[in-house]
Design a protein around this ligand. Structure first.
Ligand code: RUQ
Ligand code: CUA
Length: 668
């Protein structure tokens, strides 16, 4: 029945879109009702067709899920496609009380505080999440984990997609800031992250090193360095293991985006850079402003890193340990033949490997072309030592003409490129506020000339990244493209001077691109996003009884029910094993003395999907979300006398309001 209706409706709209009147013999009452409805709402037949293309009926599911970074909200947003409905926000670098992330000295707060923090006294409470990287197997998303960098700091977070929670925040040594280069290798053996602004080489504030602008910025090329980091991934837990990771030292050019080789280019990484001029700014010191100084030369450098070879170099012990990570120096990288440069037209931004791993598209804000490098050409130039020179650090520069397969004129301000399953590429045009579609043609020369612009669609406005379905993997899907627009200006109702960002959903299944829908994003400034087929994700509905989300193993402090609940006191400590179930905490009264440390092991013994409870203690900054099956421990100090009514924060049952208890703190 439902199917028939859908078919009828689609037909009605097809008829309408084709401009055929609805009075023809084929029209039924249902169709004219529908068209009347569209008319009454002021929708054109095209609008109505777009509505049908994106509509997901109540209770229905989206075909794809978009994982979008939240920018300086420090979060990741999960959006259903094509409905463009927000399904979840995952806190990574920022506390988030609904999820109980970062409140109550529990595992999540420890995770948020971060590993290998160079300044352990400083607990960062925000981050600038930019580039998500879904884990891959055989070059395809596998739905296990997601990694995302913090642009503001040299940090990277890991989200476990078995429960959509952030489990690890790692401070990457020697990076003060990070940008591009968050990608998983096609087998997720490593996740890569590189520095943004180069940092002082080997700088250690705790050693009392002195710093002055004069000394340092005047010797910038000698004192500053970038790093390309390969973080080894534990294949069971998804965690990044620092001791098995390594870095390759890079010149203090500003390394930008990066992508992983795959297929024929597996084992290589490609990193863009700008400011090879090594301009530092300093107008008052008589130097050019950075934005001018960094745009002097016609070319910057694409860094080509052979990480497979780097692995061997590490295994051979040719590294130094710097701030807790193994580092291959520039000199060693050159001597071992694992680091090369290729000229790229000035101030590039995106570097994106085509699905087959054969072509590498680079585009730069200041050049209207996309420049396409052929990996076979790069390989050949390396083998034949076809260099046009060396940079100041001695790194060989491959000949531009030898490595470029072609260039295509796209328009103003090309930034990022994604791919579909029909040999097309899609490039965002920031300045032109458009998406350009162009063909890659069949692989490799002489067909290289096939690169050709075929379509363009306007977006609103100032697009940064774009995401096609699985468009950065070896399994691109076509179908949908999300334009991630930086400005929305007049597209939505006025909500004050801080405007939402604007996502736009574009249908790329046909010859011409078709803009289907806008989604105001009022919860962050997304940068990159990845779109994955929803059926690839297989998260748990509930935790197995007593599982700690930190380890995904049964917690030693889990209890099976109210009969196991207990309070154990020792000097200065009150330790509670608390049972949590609709609609009661057991025990529900906890007594303590001022100064006591309160440790509460909470187990939500429910196994019913969605039977989440909360545990919140007023005036203690404690707020935990206890999902069904979960065991979590919170700790705080009873520093003031009084009576504190803890309660369940989720409206879990008819007696939710009654789900509360008392913490009574007596004076000493
Ligand atoms: S890049 S500004 Cu993703 Cu276009 Cu960070
Ligand atoms: Cu449990 Cu409300």
């Amino acid at each position: 029945m439902k199917k028939i209706l859908v078919v009828t409706l689609a037909f009605a709209l097809a008829v309408a879109v084709a401009g055929i009147g609805c009075t023809g013999r084929t029209a039924s009452t249902g169709q004219s009702d529908l068209l009347q409805l569209a008319n009454a709402r002021g929708l054109s037949p095209e609008d109505a067709a777009r509505a049908v293309k994106t509509f997901v009926p109540p209770g229905g599911r989206d075909e794809y899920m978009l994982f979008a970074s939240g920018g300086h909200s420090g979060q990741v947003h999960v959006v259903g496609v094509p409905s463009m409905r927000l399904l979840k926000t995952i806190a990574v670098f920022t506390p988030e009380p609904w999820q109980g992330y970062g409140f109550g000295a529990d595992w999540s707060e420890a995770s948020l505080n971060g590993e290998s923090n160079p300044d352990p006294g400083q607990h960062l409470r925000w981050g600038d999440s930019h580039h998500p990287a879904l884990s891959e197997t055989d070059g395809k998303y596998d739905g296990r984990w997601l990694y995302i960098n913090d642009r503001a700091h040299g940090r990277i977070g890991m989200v476990d997609l078995s429960d959509f929670r952030a489990k690890q925040v790692l401070h990457v040594p020697n990076l003060q800031t990070s940008h591009g280069g968050v990608f998983a290798t096609p087998d997720t053996r490593y996740v890569h992250i590189s520095s943004k602004v180069p940092a002082l080489k080997g700088w250690d504030a705790s050693k009392g090193q002195k710093i002055s602008v004069q000394d340092h910025l005047d010797h910038y090329p000698d004192l500053y360095r970038g790093y390309s980091t390969f973080l080894r991934i534990d294949q069971k837990t998804g965690r990044m293991i620092l001791k098995d990771s390594f870095q390759i030292e890079l010149p203090p050019y500003t390394q930008d985006l990066a992508d992983a080789g795959k297929g024929p280019s597996y084992g290589y990484a490609f990193i863009n850079s700008y400011n090879v001029e090594m301009s530092t700014g300093g107008v008052e010191q008589g130097k050019p402003p950075l934005e001018v100084g960094a745009s002097q030369l016609d070319f910057d450098y694409l860094h080509i890193v052979n990480w497979k070879k780097a692995e061997d170099v590490i295994a051979a012990g040719k590294f130094t340990e710097l701030n807790g990570i193994r580092v291959i120096s520039i000199e060693t990288a050159i001597a071992e033949g694992l680091l090369f440069l290729a000229p790229e037209p000035r101030s590039p931004h995106g570097v994106d490997i085509a699905p087959r791993g054969d072509y590498i598209t680079v585009s730069g804000k200041l050049d209207p072309h996309a420049t396409v490098y052929g990996f076979d050409r790069i390989k050949k130039a390396i083998d034949e030592k076809n260099y046009e020179g060396k940079d100041r650090y001695g790194i060989p520069i491959l000949k531009f003409d030898a490595v470029v397969a072609g260039r295509v004129d796209l328009g103003a301000g090309p930034l990022h490129t994604q791919y579909d399953n029909k040999g097309n590429a899609y490039t965002s045009l920031y300045l032109e506020s458009a998406v350009a579609k162009w063909t890659l043609g069949e692989p490799y020369h002489p067909a290289d000339k096939a690169f050709k612009l075929v379509d363009k669609v306007s977006i609103h406005y100032n697009i940064g990244h774009l995401a096609t379905a699985q468009g950065d993997t070896m399994d691109p899907q076509g179908k949908y493209l999300i334009a991630m627009n930086k400005w929305s200006i007049d597209r939505h109702s006025n909500v004050g001077p801080l405007h939402p960002q604007n996502f736009q959903l574009i249908d790329i299944s046909g010859e011409k691109m078709d803009l289907l829908a806008d989604m105001p994003v009022g919860f962050g400034e997304p940068h990159y996003a990845q779109m994955v087929r929803a059926d690839i994700l297989k998260p748990h509905e509930v935790y197995a009884p007593g599982v700690s989300p930190a380890s995904m193993l049964k917690s030693p402090d889990a209890i099976a029910g109210a009969k196991d609940a207990r309070i154990v006191r020792r000097p200065g400590v009150v330790e509670v094993w608390m049972n949590v179930v609709r609609s009661h905490f057991t025990p529900d009264i906890v007594q303590a003395k001022v100064g006591d440390k309160i440790i509460v092991h909470l187990t939500n013994v429910e196994q019913t999907p969605d039977a989440t409870h909360g545990f919140a203690v007023p005036m203690k900054n404690v707020m935990v979300s206890l999902d069904p099956g979960e065991t979590t421990t919170v700790e705080f100090v009873a520093d003031k006398p009084g009576s504190f009514s803890f309660y369940c924060t989720e409206f879990c049952s008819a007696l939710h309001l009654e789900m509360q208890g008392w913490l009574i703190v007596e004076p000493k």
